[in-house]
Design a protein around this ligand. Structure first.
Ligand SMILES: [Zn+2]
Length: 242
């Protein structure tokens, strides 16, 4: 089974070194990373395996470009889908989002914003011509007060249907994170504050929102870009792990 070599490198650990190669075999029609040698065992000199590897023919090179282009497009598409459908909390502020399921919030009373006395405006004390939306209430003039209760003393809920859209004004993470990664900020433990077009604000876990836009089809763009890439230095510089 002829194996054509496309890349070789050495990984030096603290005590040992290992040698690797990326090879293509037409039997599997795949690129694979193989270990060609290691200092961990006797008689595992990389030269023994490397001597069996062949330089790729033009035909093999052309086939590998096709395979790499496919991998490249696949990786790009995954990234784009993640950006739109599963945005990270740190990416949300200022973005327009859509609820992917209905969300229920306990209703709160609305009271005039104490910072602007309900005007929604901030006026520069040194220049009365300089007026801007109030920072505290973002220009709405009102702010949330107490949690509302019905006549029966039970909480009053407001339901926002799936598909509701608004702009994220901020995110908040409640809890503690540890450096060992035991608890990290993620989409399910972070709350997004979403201001709807009618001024209402929804509190929602970040994993219940997606961006209110469609993924960009990068296929054509990426295919054009991939053609200009040369094969040999491609593997690690393009971030592929084989
Ligand atoms: Zn205000």
């Amino acid at each position: 089974m002829p194996r054509y070599v496309f890349d070789k490198w050495e990984h030096n650990g603290r005590d040992d070194s290992d040698w690797y190669a990326v090879v293509y075999t037409s039997e599997t029609d795949k690129l694979e990373r193989i270990e060609t040698g290691t200092t961990r065992f006797a008689n595992a000199h990389p030269g023994t395996v490397e001597a069996t590897l062949l330089e790729p023919t033009e035909e093999v090179k052309a086939r590998v470009v096709v395979i790499l282009t496919g991998m490249y497009l696949h990786a790009l598409t995954n990234l784009e889908h993640k950006r739109v459908y599963e945005p990270e909390p740190s990416e949300l502020e200022g973005k327009r989002v859509r609820l992917v399921q209905a969300v229920k919030n306990q209703k709160k009373t609305s009271i005039p914003c104490p910072k602007c006395s309900g005007s929604g405006k901030w006026t520069n004390p040194h220049n009365s011509m300089d007026q801007r939306p109030c920072f505290a209430c973002k220009g709405t003039g009102s702010t949330r007060g107490e949690k509302m209760k019905g006549p029966d003393g039970k909480p009053v809920w407001e339901v926002y249907p799936e598909g509701t859209e608004g702009v994220v004004t901020g995110t908040a993470f409640y809890g503690k994170t540890y450096r060992n990664g035991y608890n990290t900020v993620n989409r399910s433990n972070t709350t997004a504050y979403v201001r709807l077009d009618d001024g209402r604000e929804v509190r929602v876990a970040c994993d219940k929102v997606r961006l209110a836009e469609e993924p960009v089809d990068q296929t054509a763009l990426a295919a054009a870009r991939a053609k200009t890439l040369s094969v040999y230095p491609f593997f690690r510089t393009a971030g592929f792990r084989l």
